[in-house]
Design a protein around this ligand. Structure first.
Ligand SMILES: [Zn+2]
Length: 263
């Protein structure tokens, strides 16, 4: 299904820290005394090693929030589950089912973000620091016993956090449905409201961020015989206005025809 590109859009926005942010490389235990320091993840950018928000990490935050937003109309699957009835990848025949079949048999979160045999409609790029300006710092935290909730004697750890910085984010959507785009909008709004947080130690108040300078550029194909496409560009408020009548309900999440879905 949908091998033909009917629509695509690129969403660009800035994500700035609003308090300490900790995105770790790998999964070291916070309480493991053999790990001296917890470092903020870095990657090469313009010839320099700089803090990065991996696309997979941003995607994970968006996916889990979308699952929660949809909870009242559809209980999405657990992509980590090995049980047949809990994970969409067991609902279809990966070898023999068509892309359309796989799409229809998958839950709304998998329809958007993909699963093992289904390509998602939304891709998240690694986000790098804007203009090379950032400030890293150290926070001393006390280890908390997970069972009793009490502080563990001597279990101090000093994670390196990003105190200040703005990341340039980019989301690309291909052959997207309007309800999917509207969910992205909801998640962005919830970031600014403080409901959506990023990285580790969010229970300690880390990971609050603010989004700004939003722009969407969309292209719609197949409308004209001469091969031209329709291009639109708008800001956040204009996009909200365009999607005002788009419903997210048990009917819309089942849609499979893309006609008229672009903005
Ligand atoms: Zn699923």
């Amino acid at each position: 299904m949908l091998k033909k590109l009917k629509s695509e859009c690129i969403i660009r926005f800035d994500l700035s820290t609003n308090g300490p942010l900790l995105i770790r490389d790998g999964k070291p235990s916070e309480l493991d005394p053999t790990i001296p320091d917890i470092q903020f993840i870095r990657n090469m950018h313009n010839g320099k090693l700089e803090p990065v928000m991996p696309g997979s990490s941003i995607k994970g935050v968006f996916r889990s929030r979308v699952e929660r937003l949809l909870y009242n109309i559809y209980e999405c699957c657990d992509i980590f589950s090995k049980k047949n009835n809990e994970n969409c990848k067991f609902k279809y025949d990966n070898k023999n089912d068509s892309g359309k079949d796989k799409y229809q048999k998958s839950c709304p979160a998998c329809k958007m973000f993909g699963n093992l045999g289904l390509k998602g409609r939304v891709q998240f790029k690694d986000a790098f620091i804007k203009d090379g300006n950032y400030k890293l710092g150290k926070r001393t935290n006390v280890g908390i016993d997970r069972i009793t909730g009490a502080a563990i004697k001597g279990a101090l750890f000093d994670p390196e956090v990003l105190e200040d910085g703005t990341f340039e984010c980019e989301i690309k959507m291909e052959n997207y449905f309007r309800w999917q785009l509207k969910l992205i909008i909801y998640v962005l709004e919830e970031i600014n409201e403080g409901y959506v947080t990023f990285g580790a130690s969010t229970s300690r108040g880390f990971g609050n961020m603010k989004f700004s300078t939003f722009k969407i550029i969309s292209k719609e194909y197949g409308l004209f015989k001469n091969g031209f496409y329709r291009k639109k560009e708008c800001d956040f408020n204009k996009l909200k206005e365009i999607l005002k009548n788009t419903k997210i309900n048990s009917e819309s999440i089942k849609e499979v025809e893309l006609d008229g879905q672009a903005i």
